[in-house]
Design a protein around this ligand. Structure first.
Ligand code: GDP
Ligand code: MG
Length: 374
């Protein structure tokens, strides 16, 4: 079994060995600087720094090599290109999230062209004056909680839907807090303005009470009155999304192995494990070996949000991918690796760690059960 010393691990991670020893202690492992630690433990430490430990291929297979799979290293300034914004719609139940997404999709003429039926892949794309915006279908709430719980950040901009006849409700406040915690800029869509009982000023007052002062009240929060039902104000809302995106200077390096996040995944009877992934950096290609959470495989096919098969997917593209060994979880990171062997290796190591962790927590639980009965 491959092992390396604390010092060697520290060197590979470019960290102080005392820092590594502290990390190990927090994980319940006492180790001295020259002590050998297992691949699993070393992997856990490395993952805290955003690195993946990989057994190098080739002549010296005993040697542990670190591959920077997790995209922690900064891209070079000159490699960064502008990328489209990824948007999540949030808000209280029945305030019109689904209706708004529907209205937005219909704004995109291209989606109406090919028969009009957009395949559901968990995300959609619209083109406004030649500029792309990606919308995640996952209810914003989930997109934030489950994804963020797993350390994934997929949203660039959040649209907060507030029904003008109902105002700020508990889930609205929650949504505001989520976007604040994530540091994601928020655009308010004051929806249902077609209703006679609509009171946009009341919404603005309640937003102010939440610390969100809208522009026409001297603040900086963009609020757009819309009617998802009558399809009014949608163009303005999308223009605001592009404006905010421009200010955010969203960029990514398209010229490297792809990295991103699993948006959702399921087991399809005919097609096997199917995952919708958001490419966040690099370019994903059919045939690429990838690791996604505990799953691995070679990308057999990619389907875009228009239901079309595609061969490449660059930054800020959501695609459904086929070819994984199992179903990953929403929020899992995916990464394209140099070859199949590494993909399998990394996934199997992760599975082993997951099994060990489960075993440990089961043991812990049964001990707790034991003590609780005393
Ligand atoms: P969600 O729970 O936030 O996804 O809300 P839905 O999109 O399902 O909408 C809830 C209800 O409000 C539905 O009956 C919609 O038809 C209605 N609704 C949504 N947007 C509007 C709007 O702009 N005007 C009016 N009058 N009704 C709307
Ligand atoms: Mg809905």
């Amino acid at each position: 079994d491959s092992q390396l010393t604390v010092q060697e691990l520290a060197n590979k991670l470019d960290k102080n060995s005392s820092e590594i020893i502290m990390k190990l202690m927090k994980m319940g492992t006492m180790a001295t600087i020259n002590q050998e630690i297992s691949f699993e433990i070393a992997s856990l430490v490395a993952s805290e720094y955003g690195f993946e430990l990989v057994i190098a291929e080739g002549d010296n297979s005993e040697e542990l090599e670190i591959e920077t799979l997790m995209e922690i290293e900064e891209d070079k300034e000159e490699d960064l290109k502008q990328r489209p914004p990824v948007v999540t719609v949030m808000g209280h139940v029945d305030h019109g999230k689904t209706s708004l997404l529907d209205a937005i999709r219909k704004t995109d003429v291209t989606s109406g062209e090919a028969g009009g039926i957009t395949q559901h892949i968990g995300a959609s794309e619209v083109n406004i004056n030649g500029q792309k915006i990606v919308f995640l279908d996952t209810p914003g709430h989930e997109a934030f909680t489950s994804m963020r719980a797993r350390g994934a950040q997929v949203t660039d901009i959040a649209i907060l839907v507030v029904a003008a006849d109902d105002g700020i409700m508990p889930q609205t406040v929650e949504a505001i807090n989520h976007s604040k915690a994530a540091g994601v800029p928020l655009i308010v869509a004051i929806n249902k303005i077609d209703k006679p009982s609509a009171n946009p000023d009341k919404v603005k007052q309640e937003l102010a009470d939440q610390g969100l002062l809208v522009e026409d009240w001297g603040g900086e929060v963009i609020a757009v009155p819309v009617s998802a039902k009558k399809k009014e104000g949608i163009d303005t809302l999308l223009e605001m999304v592009l404006l905010v995106a421009e200010m955010e200077e969203l960029r990514a390096n398209p010229d490297k192995r792809a990295v991103g996040t699993v948006i959702e995944a399921e087991l399809d009877k005919g097609r096997g494990p199917v995952a919708t992934v958001l490419v966040q950096g690099g370019t994903l290609r059919v045939g690429d070996p990838i690791v996604a959470g505990l799953a691995f495989g070679k990308v057999r096919a990619m389907i875009n949000s228009k239901g079309k098969r595609v061969k490449v997917a660059g930054p800020s593209t959501a695609v459904e991918i086929l070819g994984l060994s199992e179903v990953p979880q929403g929020g899992d990171q995916f990464v394209s690796v140099p070859n199949d062997k590494i993909a399998r290796n990394v996934a199997e190591k992760r599975q082993q760690i997951a099994r060990d962790e489960m075993l440990k927590s089961n043991q812990r639980m049964s001990l707790d059960d034991f003590f609780s009965q005393m």
